[in-house]
Design a protein around this ligand. Structure first.
Ligand SMILES: Cc1ncc(COP(=O)(O)O)c(C=O)c1O
Length: 448
């Protein structure tokens, strides 16, 4: 039972706070979780109840909460300088971070522009691309291609390349005129193929769209469309995309905001590609502070480099660009990722998630598909396995699974009826077992 202080704080929360992506009427029956502290992969409420953070607090927390080394890097930087503007001024944490990002990211990327959240890193890529084309005599290149189901943030520019109706439909009239193409949909593949053996036949609409001569760039979430329900598609799609962008002189924007820094089992998906822009955020600070980076090529940068009087520089700024505290904790995150075989140690965890996820999927008549890419796994619940028919949205199956998870000490936050797992990378195999067993119990409690 919540104590009186908690009751009163939750009342004040209800009276004064507007939470993101939340129908507040739901709080009439279920209050938000008032989290007092967090440790490792767990969140604790005031009563000391423990909840496993199975989705890494919106996919940001790589190393677990309250990590001693991340705390120390933050404290150390705090003693020196919390914040300073980033035009006309630079600082060690940002210089170090930019060098590390350039060293780790694909070879063709060399210039790092810092901002402060995922949406802004996308805005930066879009604006840089547009300005590049203007300054290189291709003023007609003003539209971007994005995929159905793609998600790149919710500010108006980022929303204009978002392929999900739930986010865009209220704002459609004011969004920039970009071009949506049907992308991969492997679970319900219209070509009747399998992602493990196909040759990305679904690339056809993209191929056609790239023939338009006003295309500035293509933006994709490589390998996993996160917000669309952890929809996983094959690398062959990206290979075709890389080659088509190259041959059509179109910028390729990889939004790795959700998947970078080890999530997919490698540091970056783009390791094997040459994107023109790479957008990073979320895990970059292991969920400690807001920070983002848009990394691009010398070629893009050179088109902005000229005498001041020619007005070619990139007129874009955020007050908290390259915040020194955030950069310090990002530097420490990158160090941890590169030490003690961190990436190799993910291999058995990935295998454990696969084994258990597949088992649930085989045993539950409600599971349409289990899919996984590294430390991202998802179970898509369906009303009918045969036809893959979804539950009607008003039955709110995913939401009910979430409520069952809370009762059992696991914080799941399904995307519609997709129950997914993106735990902190430091989760153990035993904890993976608990997380997935609880999810299975919750699905049964709601649907059986
Ligand atoms: C792929 C992708 N791009 C962009 C964003 C937007 O990031 P932010 O919420 O920090 O604005 C997200 C957030 O979920 C994302 O998953």
């Amino acid at each position: 039972m919540p104590d009186r202080k908690t009751e009163s704080d939750l009342t004040r929360d209800f009276d004064n706070v507007w939470h993101p992506c939340t129908q507040h009427k739901d709080y009439e029956t279920t209050k938000p979780l008032l989290v007092e502290r967090a440790e490792g992969i767990y969140l604790f409420d005031r009563q000391g109840n423990r909840y496993m953070d199975a989705i890494s607090s919106w996919w940001v927390n790589l190393m677990g909460h309250n990590h001693p080394r991340l705390n120390a890097s933050l404290k150390n930087q705090l003693e020196k300088m919390a914040h300073v503007m980033f035009a006309g001024i630079t600082h060690q944490p940002a210089i170090d971070l930019a060098s590390s990002l350039v060293n780790l990211s694909p070879e063709n990327l060399s210039k790092v522009f810092f901002s402060d959240n995922g949406s802004t890193s996308v805005e930066v890529a879009l604006k840089m691309s547009l300005q590049y084309w203007q300054q290189t005599g291709k003023e007609n290149k003003t539209r971007f291609i994005y995929l159905r189901g793609g998600y790149h943030g919710e500010t108006l520019g980022a929303l204009s390349v978002c392929g999900m109706d739930i986010f865009r439909n209220k704002f459609e009239k004011v969004l920039a005129n970009n071009l949506e193409v049907e992308g991969p949909d492997c679970f319900r593949c219209p070509y009747g193929l399998n992602r493990n053996s196909c040759n990305a036949e679904c690339f056809e609409p993209m191929e056609k769209a790239l023939q338009e001569n006003d295309i500035a760039g293509v933006i994709v979430e490589p390998l996993v469309q996160g917000a669309a329900g952890m929809k996983i598609y094959p690398p062959s799609y990206l290979k075709k995309l890389q080659s088509a962008c190259d041959s059509n002189s179109v910028h390729l924007i990889f939004d790795e905001i959700a998947v970078a820094f080890g999530r997919t089992g490698s540091l970056f998906v783009s390791e094997e590609y040459k994107p023109t822009f790479l957008c990073l955020s979320k895990g970059i600070t292991s969920g400690y502070l807001p920070l983002a980076a848009t990394i691009t090529t010398d070629e893009i940068y050179s088109a902005f480099y000229d005498d001041y009087s020619r007005g070619k520089f990139f007129v874009h700024s955020h007050s908290y660009s390259a915040n020194p505290l955030a950069c310090s904790v990002a530097n420490e995150t990158l160090t941890i990722l590169s030490e003690n075989d961190f990436m190799e140690k993910l291999v058995p965890k990935i295998a454990k998630m696969k084994q258990l996820g597949q088992q649930i999927s085989d045993e539950s008549k409600w599971c349409g598909e289990f899919r996984q890419q590294g430390m991202i796994a998802a179970l898509e619940l369906v009303k009918n396995q045969e036809s893959k028919e979804s539950f009607p949205s008003e039955s709110r199956v995913g939401y009910k699974v979430y409520l069952e998870g809370l009762k059992r000490g696991v914080f799941l936050r399904p995307l519609g009826d997709v129950i997914y797992f993106i735990p902190p990378l430091v989760i153990t195999e035993d904890e993976i077992t608990t997380m997935m067993n609880v999810a299975e119990e919750c699905i049964a409690a709601v649907l059986d």
